[in-house]
Design a protein around this ligand. Structure first.
Ligand code: C5P
Length: 404
């Protein structure tokens, strides 16, 4: 899995830096090409000579070579890397990464890294638990960084608690898992619907809903990161197209979404319907702005919109169909009913009752239910992590302990 992979190993100044030598050795043994970048403090804990010998490459640390003044390009390194692992990552380095404080080569390399970054924190338990560290870790997660959670145990300070860097074997496994996951959808065509629909009433008004599109966009991003050919059919949202998404189709109404999705359905292997589609649309759209005529009530006649999910369910030809259910009551039974009625293979249930789930939020808490009635419940996570859980579950690559 790691053979021939280009890995940048970033080492910051914590006592766990001595373990980085072993980590480096393991990565090289697995066939990876490793380039070490070390912070000035890191060099207080482990010598560049050791690391250069183990990696077979000069260690990068300074912006300029002391004797020649030659500039070391962090951009080249960032582009070269298939994966950047920061181990150990101190509270300071995590804070700088989260906030873009680019005062050393490790951070500048991080900021130019195009591919995945993985961080193995190492610090004292109080530093790990501090709201500042937790906030920075949450920011990194949101930015797509994989956090290899520190373990609990004896710390260098003599205290016992959470903050010990994950052992090198565990970090190598996380790297291998990452590369394996990246291939899960190679060659597969995935279509995702996302966002709300707007049903026009007149030129300035519409019927809509609070869907932000974040969940669907996260699924499209994760599917693309795993090698899929992704088509994203998006309702009116202001979100940028995730990296690697092959085709984005912007639509406004449910009928437009229906047309875009049904046209592309035959080519899809997996379809994830994360959009919040309006069930009804005004029967007629006024060409001019409707005036307030003095009446105290007004009637708007609505007609049913097509049910995209049900239509796809009826004409399924081997596609895996995944729907969403946002319920306010009888969550599980309503979701199961929807799954049956629309002939879906999976349904992702999130409850509006849950403070960590739902519209506009950056987090979600889901239960994924299969046709056979298997349920997989996950804790609250970022929408990108939820997207990974959904893909792992529907491809049978599930990890219910929650990938970090
Ligand atoms: O609206 P409802 O709760 O029935 O939605 C469940 C699933 O059906 C969601 O995945 C949603 O994207 C999809 N749906 C659809 N077309 C509709 C209504 C819902 O594709 N008109």
């Amino acid at each position: 899995m790691l053979k021939g992979k280009h890995i940048v190993l970033g080492i910051s100044g914590g006592i766990a830096a001595y373990k980085a030598a072993y980590l480096l050795r393991l990565l090289v043994k697995k066939g990876a090409e490793v380039q070490v970048v070390i912070t000035p403090n890191g060099k207080e804990f482990i010598t560049p000579a050791t690391l250069a010998a183990l990696s077979g490459k000069p260690v990068v640390s300074e912006f300029f070579a002391a004797n020649t003044g030659e500039w070391h390009s962090h951009v080249d390194l960032g582009l070269w890397a298939d994966l950047m692992i920061v181990a150990p990552a101190t509270a300071s380095t995590i804070g700088k990464m989260a906030n873009g404080i680019a005062d050393n080569m490790l951070i500048t390399t991080y900021l130019s890294a195009k591919e995945q970054v993985m961080v193995a924190p190492a610090m004292d338990l109080d530093m790990w638990a501090h709201p500042s560290t937790q906030r920075n870790v949450a920011t990194l997660r949101k930015d797509g960084v994989i956090i290899v959670e520190p373990a609990s145990g004896e710390l260098a300070s003599g205290l016992t608690g959470k903050g010990r860097m994950e052992e090198p074997e565990g970090i190598v496994k996380a790297a291998e898992d990452y590369f394996r996951r990246r291939e899960t959808l190679r060659g597969k065509r995935v279509m995702v619907t996302a966002g709300p629909t707007y049903e026009n009433i007149d030129p300035v008004r519409f019927i809509g809903n609070y869907s932000s599109g974040k969940m669907g966009f996260a699924i499209a991003a994760e599917a693309a990161a795993r090698g899929a050919d992704v088509t994203l059919v998006a309702g009116p949202v202001g979100l940028p197209t995730p990296d690697g998404v092959k085709e984005r189709v912007d639509v406004t109404s449910a009928v437009e979404m229906y047309n875009a999705v049904t046209q592309r359905y035959a080519d899809a292997d997996i379809v994830v319907l994360a959009a919040a589609v309006a069930d009804y649309a005004p029967a007629t759209i006024s060409d001019t702005k409707i005036k307030r005529e003095g009446a105290s009530t007004m009637e708007l006649q609505l007609v049913r919109n097509p049910d995209i999910a049900a239509t796809l369910g009826e004409s399924k030809q081997g596609q895996t169909l995944v729907g969403f259910a946002l319920e306010t009551d009888h969550e599980l039974s309503n979701a199961m009913h929807k799954l049956e009625k629309k002939n879906l293979d999976w349904i992702v249930l999130n409850s509006l009752r849950d403070p960590e789930a739902g519209f506009m939020k950056d987090t979600n808490k889901v239960t994924i239910v299969s046709r056979k009635g298997e349920t997989h419940s996950f804790p609250a996570k970022t929408k990108r992590e939820v997207a990974a859980d959904i893909i792992d579950t529907i491809t049978g690559n599930k990890d219910e302990n929650g990938k970090t």
